[in-house]
Design a protein around this ligand. Sequence first.
Ligand SMILES: Cc1cc2nc3c(=O)[nH]c(=O)nc-3n(C[C@H](O)[C@H](O)[C@H](O)COP(=O)(O)O)c2cc1C
Length: 179
Amino acid sequence: MSELMGIIKARKSIRVYQEKPLPKNVVENILEAARYAPTARDLQELEYKVITNKAFITQLSDGLSDTIQKEGMPLKGPPGVKLDFFHGAPLVIIIAAPKDNYWASADAGLAVQNIMLYATSIKLGSCFIGMAKLIERDKNLLNMLHITDNMNIVAAVICGYPAENPEPKEKKQTAEFFE
Ligand SMILES: Cc1cc2nc3c(=O)[nH]c(=O)nc-3n(C[C@H](O)[C@H](O)[C@H](O)COP(=O)(O)O)c2cc1C
């Protein structure tokens, strides 16, 4: 198995993290991995909101809980209890893109996969956080993230030192071959 195939297969979503910040150079390398992902028409319009401030991460997660409760969406756990949507990770990266960029979600997915594979290669945990999209419903949080009216949240990912080692998920074979 090639080294890259090993990393691809070793990646898994991690939802429990050690209380340990990531060194600045590691955060920079994670962003470097994202930067080298392809973008449609090479527009390179993704904006990365790189959040390592614990209080800010809690504020974003609490804001998500409030939004979900306000909008009557089903939320796991007892009512009134705030969930940690970022699973205690020391690094949250929220990716925003112009609303008129048709391919932004694909661009962001590729960037997140680069991040997750790089994180796996240096023994960090990671997880895509689709729920972060709901931050869009809270103007105050958008302002805090400097996400302007012309931008959408297209993806989010967390990284950190893992504090769990879940079994990897079985992956279905869904290819159909036309030979
Ligand atoms: C688009 C997308 C959105 C996701 N959103 C969340 C999320 O909000 N919270 C979470 O804990 N995991 C989230 N995940 C992680 C998936 O639940 C996870 O990838 C899936 O269960 C497969 O497990 P694996 O990543 O370990 O292979 C998301 C994954 C993707 C691809």
